[in-house]
Ligand binder design. Structure first.
Ligand SMILES: *[C@@H]1O[C@H](CO)[C@@H](O)[C@H](O)[C@H]1NC(C)=O
Ligand SMILES: *[C@@H]1O[C@H](CO)[C@@H](O)[C@H](O)[C@H]1NC(C)=O
Ligand SMILES: *[C@@H]1O[C@H](CO)[C@@H](O)[C@H](O)[C@H]1NC(C)=O
Ligand SMILES: *[C@@H]1O[C@H](CO)[C@@H](O)[C@H](O)[C@H]1NC(C)=O
Ligand SMILES: *[C@@H]1O[C@H](CO)[C@@H](O)[C@H](O)[C@H]1NC(C)=O
Ligand SMILES: *[C@@H]1O[C@H](CO)[C@@H](O)[C@H](O)[C@H]1NC(C)=O
Length: 448
Protein backbone atom coordinates (compact mmCIF):
# COMPACT_ATOMS: atom_id res chain seq x y z
CA UNK A 1 0.00 0.00 0.00
CA UNK A 2 1.17 3.48 -0.75
CA UNK A 3 1.21 4.53 2.86
CA UNK A 4 2.65 7.95 2.15
CA UNK A 5 -0.43 8.75 0.08
CA UNK A 6 -2.69 7.59 2.83
CA UNK A 7 -0.99 9.78 5.33
CA UNK A 8 -1.15 12.71 3.02
CA UNK A 9 -4.86 12.18 2.47
CA UNK A 10 -5.39 11.75 6.17
CA UNK A 11 -3.62 14.95 6.95
CA UNK A 12 -5.41 16.84 4.23
CA UNK A 13 -8.63 15.34 5.46
CA UNK A 14 -7.98 16.57 8.94
CA UNK A 15 -7.27 20.02 7.67
CA UNK A 16 -10.29 20.12 5.41
CA UNK A 17 -12.64 18.82 7.97
CA UNK A 18 -11.71 21.70 10.19
CA UNK A 19 -12.72 19.59 13.10
CA UNK A 20 -9.43 20.19 14.77
CA UNK A 21 -9.29 23.83 13.73
CA UNK A 22 -7.24 25.65 16.35
CA UNK A 23 -5.79 22.39 17.58
CA UNK A 24 -4.35 21.51 14.21
CA UNK A 25 -0.82 20.44 14.96
CA UNK A 26 1.94 22.35 13.40
CA UNK A 27 4.08 19.24 13.17
CA UNK A 28 2.25 16.41 11.48
CA UNK A 29 4.94 13.90 12.11
CA UNK A 30 3.74 13.59 15.68
CA UNK A 31 0.58 11.97 14.49
CA UNK A 32 2.58 9.59 12.39
CA UNK A 33 4.80 8.83 15.26
CA UNK A 34 1.88 8.27 17.58
CA UNK A 35 0.18 5.75 15.33
CA UNK A 36 3.48 4.21 14.41
CA UNK A 37 4.23 3.56 18.02
CA UNK A 38 4.55 0.06 19.33
CA UNK A 39 3.58 1.36 22.75
CA UNK A 40 0.30 0.12 24.34
CA UNK A 41 -2.82 1.80 23.04
CA UNK A 42 -3.36 3.80 26.20
CA UNK A 43 -0.05 5.50 25.70
CA UNK A 44 -0.73 6.15 22.06
CA UNK A 45 -4.03 7.74 22.92
CA UNK A 46 -2.32 9.70 25.60
CA UNK A 47 0.09 11.00 22.99
CA UNK A 48 -2.71 11.88 20.67
CA UNK A 49 -4.32 13.87 23.43
CA UNK A 50 -1.18 15.79 24.03
CA UNK A 51 -0.74 16.33 20.38
CA UNK A 52 -4.26 17.72 20.17
CA UNK A 53 -3.40 20.16 22.93
CA UNK A 54 -6.09 18.72 25.06
CA UNK A 55 -5.46 18.10 28.67
CA UNK A 56 -4.81 14.40 28.93
CA UNK A 57 -7.76 13.81 31.22
CA UNK A 58 -7.06 10.82 33.34
CA UNK A 59 -10.66 9.61 33.22
CA UNK A 60 -10.20 8.81 29.54
CA UNK A 61 -8.16 5.86 30.62
CA UNK A 62 -10.74 4.88 33.19
CA UNK A 63 -13.34 4.81 30.49
CA UNK A 64 -11.00 2.90 28.28
CA UNK A 65 -9.94 0.27 30.74
CA UNK A 66 -13.33 -0.20 32.40
CA UNK A 67 -15.13 -0.64 29.15
CA UNK A 68 -12.46 -2.90 27.82
CA UNK A 69 -12.71 -4.95 30.98
CA UNK A 70 -16.40 -5.60 30.49
CA UNK A 71 -15.81 -6.36 26.84
CA UNK A 72 -17.89 -3.48 25.58
CA UNK A 73 -17.53 -2.61 21.95
CA UNK A 74 -16.70 1.02 22.36
CA UNK A 75 -13.55 0.89 24.42
CA UNK A 76 -12.48 4.17 22.93
CA UNK A 77 -15.32 5.88 24.76
CA UNK A 78 -14.91 9.56 24.27
CA UNK A 79 -11.27 9.03 23.65
CA UNK A 80 -9.08 11.09 21.47
CA UNK A 81 -8.86 8.24 18.99
CA UNK A 82 -12.56 8.40 18.44
CA UNK A 83 -12.47 12.14 17.86
CA UNK A 84 -9.63 11.66 15.48
CA UNK A 85 -11.57 9.08 13.54
CA UNK A 86 -14.70 11.19 13.60
CA UNK A 87 -12.74 14.07 12.14
CA UNK A 88 -11.34 11.82 9.49
CA UNK A 89 -14.64 10.20 8.54
CA UNK A 90 -16.37 13.57 8.61
CA UNK A 91 -19.81 12.00 8.17
CA UNK A 92 -18.71 10.45 4.90
CA UNK A 93 -18.96 6.67 4.82
CA UNK A 94 -16.50 6.40 1.94
CA UNK A 95 -13.80 7.98 4.03
CA UNK A 96 -14.05 5.08 6.41
CA UNK A 97 -11.96 3.18 3.88
CA UNK A 98 -9.08 5.56 4.50
CA UNK A 99 -9.24 4.99 8.20
CA UNK A 100 -9.26 1.26 7.57
CA UNK A 101 -6.09 1.62 5.59
CA UNK A 102 -4.73 3.64 8.42
CA UNK A 103 -5.34 0.72 10.72
CA UNK A 104 -2.85 -1.22 8.65
CA UNK A 105 -0.22 1.21 9.78
CA UNK A 106 -0.95 0.79 13.44
CA UNK A 107 1.82 -1.15 15.04
CA UNK A 108 0.01 -2.85 17.87
CA UNK A 109 -2.96 -5.15 17.68
CA UNK A 110 -4.60 -3.27 20.49
CA UNK A 111 -4.42 -0.02 18.60
CA UNK A 112 -5.72 -1.67 15.45
CA UNK A 113 -8.67 -3.06 17.31
CA UNK A 114 -9.34 0.32 18.86
CA UNK A 115 -9.38 1.84 15.39
CA UNK A 116 -11.74 -0.80 13.99
CA UNK A 117 -14.10 -0.41 16.90
CA UNK A 118 -14.07 3.36 16.93
CA UNK A 119 -14.54 3.39 13.16
CA UNK A 120 -17.58 1.15 13.33
CA UNK A 121 -18.98 3.31 16.10
CA UNK A 122 -18.40 6.39 14.02
CA UNK A 123 -19.89 4.93 10.86
CA UNK A 124 -23.06 4.17 12.76
CA UNK A 125 -23.44 7.90 13.28
CA UNK A 126 -23.60 8.48 9.55
CA UNK A 127 -26.97 8.13 7.92
CA UNK A 128 -25.62 5.57 5.50
CA UNK A 129 -25.72 2.87 8.11
CA UNK A 130 -29.34 2.49 6.97
CA UNK A 131 -28.18 1.09 3.68
CA UNK A 132 -27.44 -2.61 4.21
CA UNK A 133 -25.28 -2.67 1.11
CA UNK A 134 -22.96 -0.11 2.70
CA UNK A 135 -22.66 -2.25 5.80
CA UNK A 136 -21.93 -5.28 3.65
CA UNK A 137 -19.26 -3.35 1.81
CA UNK A 138 -17.65 -2.33 5.08
CA UNK A 139 -17.84 -5.89 6.33
CA UNK A 140 -16.11 -7.09 3.20
CA UNK A 141 -13.38 -4.51 3.57
CA UNK A 142 -12.88 -5.56 7.16
CA UNK A 143 -12.60 -9.16 6.08
CA UNK A 144 -9.45 -8.25 4.22
CA UNK A 145 -7.93 -7.48 7.61
CA UNK A 146 -7.12 -10.68 9.39
CA UNK A 147 -6.93 -9.12 12.80
CA UNK A 148 -10.40 -7.68 13.30
CA UNK A 149 -11.88 -9.07 16.53
CA UNK A 150 -14.41 -11.79 15.84
CA UNK A 151 -17.09 -10.22 18.01
CA UNK A 152 -16.81 -6.97 16.09
CA UNK A 153 -17.14 -8.79 12.76
CA UNK A 154 -20.17 -10.55 14.12
CA UNK A 155 -21.71 -7.34 15.36
CA UNK A 156 -21.31 -5.70 11.96
CA UNK A 157 -22.60 -8.78 10.20
CA UNK A 158 -25.67 -8.83 12.42
CA UNK A 159 -26.27 -5.15 11.69
CA UNK A 160 -26.14 -5.99 8.00
CA UNK A 161 -28.50 -8.95 8.39
CA UNK A 162 -31.07 -7.04 10.42
CA UNK A 163 -30.97 -3.98 8.24
CA UNK A 164 -31.38 -6.15 5.12
CA UNK A 165 -34.31 -7.97 6.67
CA UNK A 166 -35.97 -4.65 7.42
CA UNK A 167 -35.59 -3.67 3.79
CA UNK A 168 -37.05 -6.92 2.58
CA UNK A 169 -40.08 -6.66 4.84
CA UNK A 170 -41.66 -3.95 2.71
CA UNK A 171 -43.15 -6.18 -0.01
CA UNK A 172 -44.63 -8.48 2.63
CA UNK A 173 -46.57 -5.63 4.20
CA UNK A 174 -47.85 -4.27 0.91
CA UNK A 175 -51.18 -5.28 -0.52
CA UNK A 176 -50.84 -3.93 -4.01
CA UNK A 177 -49.31 -6.46 -6.43
CA UNK A 178 -48.41 -3.51 -8.65
CA UNK A 179 -46.05 -2.01 -6.06
CA UNK A 180 -42.38 -2.13 -6.98
CA UNK A 181 -39.44 -2.12 -4.62
CA UNK A 182 -36.29 -0.98 -6.37
CA UNK A 183 -34.22 -1.04 -3.17
CA UNK A 184 -35.30 -4.59 -2.47
CA UNK A 185 -34.40 -5.54 -6.01
CA UNK A 186 -30.95 -4.03 -5.83
CA UNK A 187 -30.28 -5.65 -2.47
CA UNK A 188 -31.31 -9.05 -3.82
CA UNK A 189 -29.15 -8.44 -6.86
CA UNK A 190 -26.21 -7.49 -4.66
CA UNK A 191 -26.73 -10.63 -2.60
CA UNK A 192 -26.27 -12.82 -5.66
CA UNK A 193 -22.57 -11.95 -5.41
CA UNK A 194 -22.31 -13.21 -1.86
CA UNK A 195 -22.57 -16.64 -0.33
CA UNK A 196 -26.08 -17.97 0.01
CA UNK A 197 -25.48 -18.13 3.78
CA UNK A 198 -26.03 -14.38 3.97
CA UNK A 199 -29.44 -14.70 2.39
CA UNK A 200 -30.23 -17.61 4.70
CA UNK A 201 -29.47 -15.51 7.78
CA UNK A 202 -31.44 -12.55 6.45
CA UNK A 203 -34.46 -14.70 5.62
CA UNK A 204 -34.53 -16.10 9.13
CA UNK A 205 -34.82 -12.60 10.59
CA UNK A 206 -37.22 -11.54 7.84
CA UNK A 207 -39.58 -14.44 8.47
CA UNK A 208 -39.49 -13.84 12.21
CA UNK A 209 -40.68 -10.33 11.55
CA UNK A 210 -43.27 -10.86 8.82
CA UNK A 211 -44.81 -14.01 10.26
CA UNK A 212 -45.39 -12.14 13.50
CA UNK A 213 -47.48 -9.55 11.68
CA UNK A 214 -48.94 -11.23 8.60
CA UNK A 215 -50.82 -14.47 8.09
CA UNK A 216 -48.79 -17.41 6.76
CA UNK A 217 -50.96 -17.43 3.64
CA UNK A 218 -50.20 -13.80 2.90
CA UNK A 219 -46.47 -14.37 3.41
CA UNK A 220 -46.51 -17.38 1.11
CA UNK A 221 -48.41 -15.51 -1.58
CA UNK A 222 -46.20 -12.46 -1.46
CA UNK A 223 -43.11 -14.57 -1.62
CA UNK A 224 -44.13 -15.44 -5.19
CA UNK A 225 -42.56 -12.28 -6.60
CA UNK A 226 -39.75 -11.91 -4.12
CA UNK A 227 -36.83 -12.08 -6.54
CA UNK A 228 -36.14 -13.15 -10.10
CA UNK A 229 -33.06 -15.15 -9.14
CA UNK A 230 -34.10 -18.79 -9.08
CA UNK A 231 -31.49 -19.88 -6.55
CA UNK A 232 -32.57 -17.19 -4.14
CA UNK A 233 -36.17 -18.07 -4.77
CA UNK A 234 -35.50 -21.73 -4.05
CA UNK A 235 -33.73 -20.86 -0.82
CA UNK A 236 -36.51 -18.48 0.25
CA UNK A 237 -39.19 -21.09 -0.39
CA UNK A 238 -37.33 -23.86 1.40
CA UNK A 239 -36.76 -21.72 4.45
CA UNK A 240 -40.37 -20.68 4.56
CA UNK A 241 -41.43 -24.31 4.28
CA UNK A 242 -39.31 -25.13 7.30
CA UNK A 243 -41.03 -22.54 9.51
CA UNK A 244 -43.01 -23.74 12.48
CA UNK A 245 -45.76 -21.21 11.66
CA UNK A 246 -46.52 -23.07 8.43
CA UNK A 247 -46.66 -26.53 9.88
CA UNK A 248 -50.26 -26.16 10.99
CA UNK A 249 -52.50 -28.09 8.70
CA UNK A 250 -54.00 -25.32 6.65
CA UNK A 251 -54.73 -26.71 3.18
CA UNK A 252 -54.85 -23.23 1.65
CA UNK A 253 -51.35 -22.48 2.84
CA UNK A 254 -50.08 -25.85 1.66
CA UNK A 255 -51.60 -25.31 -1.77
CA UNK A 256 -50.13 -21.83 -2.02
CA UNK A 257 -46.73 -23.19 -1.07
CA UNK A 258 -46.97 -25.91 -3.66
CA UNK A 259 -48.03 -23.40 -6.23
CA UNK A 260 -44.92 -21.32 -5.46
CA UNK A 261 -42.71 -24.38 -5.82
CA UNK A 262 -44.40 -25.37 -9.04
CA UNK A 263 -43.98 -21.86 -10.48
CA UNK A 264 -40.36 -22.07 -9.55
CA UNK A 265 -39.52 -25.40 -11.11
CA UNK A 266 -41.50 -24.51 -14.19
CA UNK A 267 -39.12 -21.62 -14.86
CA UNK A 268 -37.10 -22.48 -17.97
CA UNK A 269 -33.75 -21.92 -16.23
CA UNK A 270 -34.55 -23.87 -13.09
CA UNK A 271 -32.51 -26.96 -13.87
CA UNK A 272 -29.53 -25.10 -15.30
CA UNK A 273 -29.30 -22.37 -12.67
CA UNK A 274 -30.22 -24.00 -9.41
CA UNK A 275 -27.77 -26.35 -7.73
CA UNK A 276 -28.87 -29.97 -7.57
CA UNK A 277 -28.80 -29.95 -3.77
CA UNK A 278 -31.42 -27.19 -3.64
CA UNK A 279 -33.45 -28.72 -6.46
CA UNK A 280 -33.63 -32.06 -4.70
CA UNK A 281 -35.01 -30.35 -1.61
CA UNK A 282 -37.60 -28.51 -3.66
CA UNK A 283 -38.74 -31.72 -5.37
CA UNK A 284 -38.93 -33.46 -2.01
CA UNK A 285 -41.66 -31.03 -0.96
CA UNK A 286 -43.89 -31.90 -3.88
CA UNK A 287 -46.51 -34.63 -3.92
CA UNK A 288 -44.99 -37.99 -4.82
CA UNK A 289 -46.34 -38.16 -8.38
CA UNK A 290 -45.09 -34.72 -9.24
CA UNK A 291 -41.73 -35.42 -7.70
CA UNK A 292 -41.30 -38.51 -9.88
CA UNK A 293 -41.90 -36.55 -13.05
CA UNK A 294 -38.77 -34.55 -12.25
CA UNK A 295 -36.58 -37.06 -10.51
CA UNK A 296 -37.35 -40.50 -12.00
CA UNK A 297 -35.73 -41.73 -15.17
CA UNK A 298 -38.71 -43.92 -15.93
CA UNK A 299 -42.22 -44.05 -14.49
CA UNK A 300 -45.04 -46.54 -14.62
CA UNK A 301 -48.53 -45.13 -14.96
CA UNK A 302 -50.94 -47.20 -12.93
CA UNK A 303 -54.47 -47.35 -11.68
CA UNK A 304 -54.80 -45.73 -8.26
CA UNK A 305 -57.00 -48.47 -6.79
CA UNK A 306 -56.24 -51.73 -8.57
CA UNK A 307 -53.00 -53.25 -9.69
CA UNK A 308 -53.12 -52.47 -13.42
CA UNK A 309 -50.61 -50.52 -15.50
CA UNK A 310 -50.91 -48.95 -18.90
CA UNK A 311 -48.91 -50.13 -21.87
CA UNK A 312 -49.60 -51.64 -25.31
CA UNK A 313 -52.62 -53.91 -25.56
CA UNK A 314 -52.05 -57.66 -26.11
CA UNK A 315 -53.34 -57.64 -29.71
CA UNK A 316 -53.42 -54.08 -31.05
CA UNK A 317 -51.44 -50.86 -30.96
CA UNK A 318 -54.01 -49.34 -28.64
CA UNK A 319 -53.04 -48.71 -25.03
CA UNK A 320 -54.64 -50.93 -22.39
CA UNK A 321 -54.83 -51.35 -18.62
CA UNK A 322 -52.69 -54.46 -18.21
CA UNK A 323 -51.42 -56.76 -15.53
CA UNK A 324 -48.45 -55.59 -13.50
CA UNK A 325 -45.25 -56.06 -15.52
CA UNK A 326 -42.84 -53.22 -14.78
CA UNK A 327 -40.57 -54.06 -17.70
CA UNK A 328 -43.44 -53.45 -20.11
CA UNK A 329 -44.95 -50.58 -18.13
CA UNK A 330 -41.82 -48.47 -17.63
CA UNK A 331 -41.86 -45.25 -19.69
CA UNK A 332 -39.11 -42.73 -20.09
CA UNK A 333 -40.17 -39.14 -19.43
CA UNK A 334 -39.56 -36.31 -21.82
CA UNK A 335 -40.29 -32.78 -20.73
CA UNK A 336 -40.63 -29.51 -22.55
CA UNK A 337 -41.99 -26.10 -21.63
CA UNK A 338 -44.78 -24.53 -23.65
CA UNK A 339 -44.53 -20.92 -24.70
CA UNK A 340 -46.39 -19.98 -21.55
CA UNK A 341 -43.61 -21.86 -19.72
CA UNK A 342 -45.93 -24.57 -18.42
CA UNK A 343 -44.27 -27.97 -18.70
CA UNK A 344 -45.64 -30.75 -20.87
CA UNK A 345 -44.62 -34.37 -20.78
CA UNK A 346 -44.22 -37.23 -23.21
CA UNK A 347 -43.83 -40.90 -22.33
CA UNK A 348 -41.97 -43.44 -24.46
CA UNK A 349 -40.95 -46.99 -23.81
CA UNK A 350 -37.69 -48.71 -24.67
CA UNK A 351 -39.46 -52.05 -24.38
CA UNK A 352 -42.06 -50.96 -26.93
CA UNK A 353 -39.37 -49.81 -29.37
CA UNK A 354 -39.42 -46.21 -28.21
CA UNK A 355 -43.06 -45.77 -29.04
CA UNK A 356 -44.95 -42.99 -27.29
CA UNK A 357 -48.31 -42.98 -25.58
CA UNK A 358 -50.23 -40.97 -28.12
CA UNK A 359 -53.71 -39.53 -28.37
CA UNK A 360 -55.10 -39.09 -31.84
CA UNK A 361 -57.22 -36.02 -32.28
CA UNK A 362 -60.83 -37.03 -32.69
CA UNK A 363 -63.84 -35.19 -33.99
CA UNK A 364 -66.01 -36.98 -31.47
CA UNK A 365 -64.48 -35.12 -28.57
CA UNK A 366 -66.18 -31.92 -29.76
CA UNK A 367 -68.74 -30.45 -27.42
CA UNK A 368 -71.70 -31.72 -29.50
CA UNK A 369 -70.53 -35.30 -29.74
CA UNK A 370 -72.94 -37.77 -28.28
CA UNK A 371 -70.31 -40.18 -27.17
CA UNK A 372 -68.07 -38.53 -24.70
CA UNK A 373 -65.77 -41.55 -24.65
CA UNK A 374 -63.26 -42.01 -27.47
CA UNK A 375 -60.82 -44.86 -27.98
CA UNK A 376 -58.01 -42.87 -29.49
CA UNK A 377 -54.98 -43.68 -27.34
CA UNK A 378 -52.26 -45.56 -29.20
CA UNK A 379 -48.68 -46.70 -28.99
CA UNK A 380 -46.97 -44.76 -31.80
CA UNK A 381 -43.60 -43.60 -33.07
CA UNK A 382 -44.57 -39.94 -33.03
CA UNK A 383 -44.02 -37.83 -29.98
CA UNK A 384 -47.17 -36.72 -28.22
CA UNK A 385 -47.36 -34.25 -25.35
CA UNK A 386 -49.49 -34.50 -22.26
CA UNK A 387 -50.32 -31.88 -19.70
CA UNK A 388 -50.18 -33.20 -16.16
CA UNK A 389 -52.61 -31.90 -13.56
CA UNK A 390 -51.95 -32.78 -9.95
CA UNK A 391 -54.97 -33.99 -8.06
CA UNK A 392 -55.29 -34.70 -4.37
CA UNK A 393 -55.06 -38.47 -4.89
CA UNK A 394 -52.97 -38.69 -8.05
CA UNK A 395 -52.58 -37.06 -11.44
CA UNK A 396 -54.69 -36.60 -14.52
CA UNK A 397 -53.33 -36.45 -18.05
CA UNK A 398 -54.74 -34.03 -20.63
CA UNK A 399 -53.73 -33.78 -24.24
CA UNK A 400 -51.38 -30.80 -24.40
CA UNK A 401 -52.64 -29.53 -27.75
CA UNK A 402 -56.26 -28.81 -26.90
CA UNK A 403 -56.44 -29.70 -23.21
CA UNK A 404 -59.94 -30.79 -24.16
CA UNK A 405 -59.47 -34.52 -23.50
CA UNK A 406 -58.45 -36.42 -20.41
CA UNK A 407 -57.02 -39.95 -20.26
CA UNK A 408 -59.32 -42.44 -18.52
CA UNK A 409 -59.83 -46.17 -18.18
CA UNK A 410 -61.31 -49.02 -16.20
CA UNK A 411 -64.87 -49.15 -17.52
CA UNK A 412 -65.39 -52.76 -18.80
CA UNK A 413 -68.12 -51.50 -21.15
CA UNK A 414 -65.31 -50.21 -23.34
CA UNK A 415 -63.16 -53.31 -23.27
CA UNK A 416 -62.92 -55.95 -25.96
CA UNK A 417 -62.29 -59.35 -24.29
CA UNK A 418 -58.54 -59.40 -23.48
CA UNK A 419 -58.15 -55.83 -24.67
CA UNK A 420 -58.82 -53.59 -21.66
CA UNK A 421 -58.59 -50.34 -23.60
CA UNK A 422 -58.01 -46.99 -22.04
CA UNK A 423 -59.87 -44.09 -23.60
CA UNK A 424 -60.33 -40.35 -23.40
CA UNK A 425 -63.21 -38.33 -22.10
CA UNK A 426 -64.05 -34.71 -22.54
CA UNK A 427 -62.06 -32.65 -20.08
CA UNK A 428 -65.28 -31.17 -18.75
CA UNK A 429 -66.33 -34.61 -17.55
CA UNK A 430 -63.37 -35.09 -15.32
CA UNK A 431 -65.14 -34.10 -12.11
CA UNK A 432 -67.95 -36.58 -12.71
CA UNK A 433 -65.50 -39.41 -13.55
CA UNK A 434 -62.65 -38.75 -11.20
CA UNK A 435 -62.02 -42.43 -10.39
CA UNK A 436 -61.85 -43.31 -14.08
CA UNK A 437 -59.48 -40.50 -14.95
CA UNK A 438 -57.05 -40.29 -12.05
CA UNK A 439 -53.75 -42.15 -12.25
CA UNK A 440 -50.80 -42.75 -10.04
CA UNK A 441 -47.10 -42.77 -10.91
CA UNK A 442 -44.60 -45.33 -9.74
CA UNK A 443 -40.83 -45.01 -9.93
CA UNK A 444 -39.80 -47.55 -12.57
CA UNK A 445 -36.28 -46.18 -13.15
CA UNK A 446 -34.79 -49.54 -12.34
CA UNK A 447 -37.13 -51.60 -14.48
CA UNK A 448 -35.07 -53.23 -17.23
C1 LIG B 1 8.64 18.03 13.42
O1 LIG B 1 9.14 17.36 14.56
C2 LIG B 1 10.34 16.63 14.34
C3 LIG B 1 10.68 15.93 15.63
O2 LIG B 1 9.60 15.29 16.22
C4 LIG B 1 11.41 17.59 13.90
O3 LIG B 1 12.61 16.85 13.60
C5 LIG B 1 10.98 18.33 12.68
O4 LIG B 1 11.93 19.30 12.32
C6 LIG B 1 9.63 19.03 12.93
N1 LIG B 1 9.18 19.63 11.67
C7 LIG B 1 8.54 20.81 11.65
C8 LIG B 1 8.10 21.27 10.29
O5 LIG B 1 8.34 21.50 12.64
C1 LIG C 1 7.77 4.06 12.33
O1 LIG C 1 8.65 3.43 13.26
C2 LIG C 1 9.80 2.84 12.69
C3 LIG C 1 10.56 2.21 13.80
O2 LIG C 1 9.76 1.61 14.74
C4 LIG C 1 10.57 3.90 11.95
O3 LIG C 1 11.69 3.28 11.29
C5 LIG C 1 9.71 4.59 10.91
O4 LIG C 1 10.43 5.66 10.32
C6 LIG C 1 8.49 5.17 11.57
N1 LIG C 1 7.61 5.75 10.56
C7 LIG C 1 7.01 6.91 10.71
C8 LIG C 1 6.14 7.31 9.56
O5 LIG C 1 7.13 7.59 11.68
C1 LIG D 1 -46.30 -11.30 -9.42
O1 LIG D 1 -46.01 -10.49 -10.52
C2 LIG D 1 -46.83 -10.70 -11.64
C3 LIG D 1 -46.39 -9.78 -12.73
O2 LIG D 1 -45.02 -9.62 -12.73
C4 LIG D 1 -48.27 -10.43 -11.25
O3 LIG D 1 -49.11 -10.74 -12.34
C5 LIG D 1 -48.66 -11.31 -10.07
O4 LIG D 1 -49.95 -10.98 -9.64
C6 LIG D 1 -47.71 -11.10 -8.93
N1 LIG D 1 -48.01 -12.05 -7.89
C7 LIG D 1 -48.15 -11.69 -6.62
C8 LIG D 1 -48.50 -12.77 -5.67
O5 LIG D 1 -48.02 -10.55 -6.24
C1 LIG E 1 -28.50 -16.21 -8.42
O1 LIG E 1 -27.98 -16.14 -7.11
C2 LIG E 1 -26.92 -17.05 -6.86
C3 LIG E 1 -26.47 -16.94 -5.42
O2 LIG E 1 -27.36 -16.31 -4.61
C4 LIG E 1 -25.76 -16.77 -7.78
O3 LIG E 1 -24.75 -17.71 -7.56
C5 LIG E 1 -26.24 -16.84 -9.21
O4 LIG E 1 -25.21 -16.47 -10.07
C6 LIG E 1 -27.44 -15.94 -9.43
N1 LIG E 1 -27.95 -16.18 -10.78
C7 LIG E 1 -28.13 -15.20 -11.65
C8 LIG E 1 -28.69 -15.62 -12.96
O5 LIG E 1 -27.87 -14.05 -11.38
C1 LIG F 1 -77.45 -38.96 -28.81
O1 LIG F 1 -77.94 -40.04 -28.02
C2 LIG F 1 -79.33 -39.95 -27.71
C3 LIG F 1 -79.73 -41.10 -26.82
O2 LIG F 1 -78.65 -41.67 -26.16
C4 LIG F 1 -80.10 -39.95 -29.00
O3 LIG F 1 -81.50 -39.78 -28.72
C5 LIG F 1 -79.65 -38.85 -29.91
O4 LIG F 1 -80.31 -38.92 -31.15
C6 LIG F 1 -78.15 -38.92 -30.13
N1 LIG F 1 -77.71 -37.76 -30.88
C7 LIG F 1 -76.86 -37.86 -31.91
C8 LIG F 1 -76.49 -36.56 -32.57
O5 LIG F 1 -76.40 -38.91 -32.29
C1 LIG G 1 -59.07 -48.07 -11.83
O1 LIG G 1 -59.68 -49.24 -11.44
C2 LIG G 1 -61.00 -49.07 -10.96
C3 LIG G 1 -61.48 -50.45 -10.51
O2 LIG G 1 -61.19 -51.39 -11.45
C4 LIG G 1 -61.88 -48.50 -12.03
O3 LIG G 1 -63.17 -48.26 -11.55
C5 LIG G 1 -61.29 -47.17 -12.52
O4 LIG G 1 -62.01 -46.64 -13.57
C6 LIG G 1 -59.84 -47.39 -12.94
N1 LIG G 1 -59.23 -46.08 -13.23
C7 LIG G 1 -58.41 -45.90 -14.25
C8 LIG G 1 -57.84 -44.54 -14.38
O5 LIG G 1 -58.12 -46.77 -15.02
Amino acid sequence: MASATVWLILILGLRWSGALDSHTPNNDSKLLAALNSSAPAQEVLFHIDIWRNEAPVYSHFDVWTNEAAVGALAPAGSSALESLIRAEVGGDWERGKLVLQLANEAKTLELKEAIYTALWKELQQTKQIYDPMKILQFHEQLRLHTDVPQHLMELIYQAFVHRSAQFLEAPFHTNSPAATFPLVNSLMERLTFSTLDYLRDILEVLYNAVLALETPLSVVERLANFTTNLTQMAQANLQLLAREELRREDPKVQLALQSNLRDLLEQPGFEQEVAVSLRTKIYAHLPKDEQLLYTARKVCIRNVTDNTYIYECPQTYLICSNARDLKKAAYFIQRENSLDSRPKFAFYSAYWRNRYILMEPSAQTGPNANHSITKNVYSRNNINWWRVVYEVDGISLYDAVSEGSVLCGGDPAHWDSEEHHVYTRRASEFAAHRGECTWSLEDCSDAA
